[in-house]
Design a protein around this ligand. Structure first.
Ligand code: CP
Length: 310
């Protein structure tokens, strides 16, 4: 695959630092890789001789497997690191851990870390290309890229389209990265959830706020539904999960009231019966599994474009 254009950055630390041209270049490249991964032979030699380390300091199913598959389909050499079974448990610092791994001649680092900004810190100290696979409640750029890529497949150019992000906005790195990505692409973005789970500053990012799920579903072309992040709720932001499901859960009854098409998305993992019922998650409106499929192509595109700048 020949790419003449280049990204404006040698790391993908967050959508905030990508331009609209970067995002569109990633999408164009991902379209080509989507075609590749649907062939009988899914592998291309683009990252031969490149070694990628996947460093996961927090749990993951989709992102970790998706990056590993993307790297292997590009013929990269891959090493996987999980904090729970590493010397981090013995007190080793992030920088020492990463420098030890890099001294084994690693070219690119994909990292998930609970501390917002951990990737910025690393980018000032190491030479490898860094891809943020989620930093605390801050950003999850490749999730937002695959979300917007999946929306475009369903409804075309996102400029002027109405996109709702529903749920626990306060704790969600997916929400922040989606907001940056969608507003750069010209979409109208609305967040919807209980007031306690919507940050006060959010309107400054150019989004609308609604506390009315019914009105929001009528308004939007796409509803990207986020999970309640139980592991990050050190305070009680909602009275109970049952009450959340009653007032903000997306159910078949709500969708049946709509007299228009709607695309239902969820980045996973899903709390079935809380933010979304199984009937909706598995319905004809849902593209949740297409999102996962697109994740591999989008991550191949990001890896490929960063490797091209080495
Ligand atoms: N969407 C997402 O980031 O899922 P994982 O936590 O399983 O990687």
């Amino acid at each position: 695959m020949a790419t003449l254009q280049q990204l404006s950055t040698r790391h993908v630390l967050g959508i905030k630092y990508l331009t609209e041209a970067d995002i569109n270049l990633i999408f164009e490249t991902a379209e080509e890789f989507k075609e590749v991964i649907n062939r009988p032979i899914k592998k291309v030699p683009s990252l031969r001789d490149i070694t990628v380390a996947n460093l996961f300091f927090e749990n993951s199913t989709r992102t970790r497997i998706s990056f590993e598959l993307a790297e292997k389909r590009l013929s990269a050499d891959v090493v996987n690191f999980s904090a729970s079974s590493s010397s981090v448990k013995k007190g080793e610092t992030l920088l020492d851990t990463v420098n030890n791994i890099l001294s084994m001649k690693v070219d690119m680092v994909v990292m998930r870390h609970p501390a917002p900004g951990a990737h910025h810190f690393l980018s000032r100290h190491i030479d490898a290309n860094i891809i943020n696979a989620g930093d605390g409640t801050h950003e999850h750029p490749t999730q937002a890229l695959l979300d917007s890529f999946s929306m475009r497949e369903q409804i075309g150019d996102l400029r002027g389209k109405n996109i709702a992000i529903i749920g626990d906005i306060l704790h969600s790195r997916v929400a922040l990265s989606n907001i940056f990505c969608l507003t750069k692409l010209g979409a109208n973005v609305r967040v919807c959830g209980p007031p306690t789970l919507i940050p006060k500053y959010i309107k400054e990012l150019g989004v609308e706020v609604s506390y009315d799920i019914r009105d929001t579903l009528h308004w939007c072309d796409v509803a990207n539904i986020l999970r309640i992040q139980l592991e990050r709720q050190d305070l009680r932001y909602i009275p109970s999960l049952r009450e959340y499901a009653q007032y903000f859960g997306v159910s078949r009854e709500l969708l049946d009231e709509l007299d228009k098409p709607i695309v239902i998305m969820h980045p996973g993992p899903i709390n079935r019966g809380v933010e979304i019922t199984s009937e909706v998650a598995d319905s004809e409106h849902s593209i949740i599994l297409q999102q996962v499929e697109n994740g591999v192509a989008v991550r191949m595109a990001v890896l490929y474009l960063l490797a091209a700048m080495r």
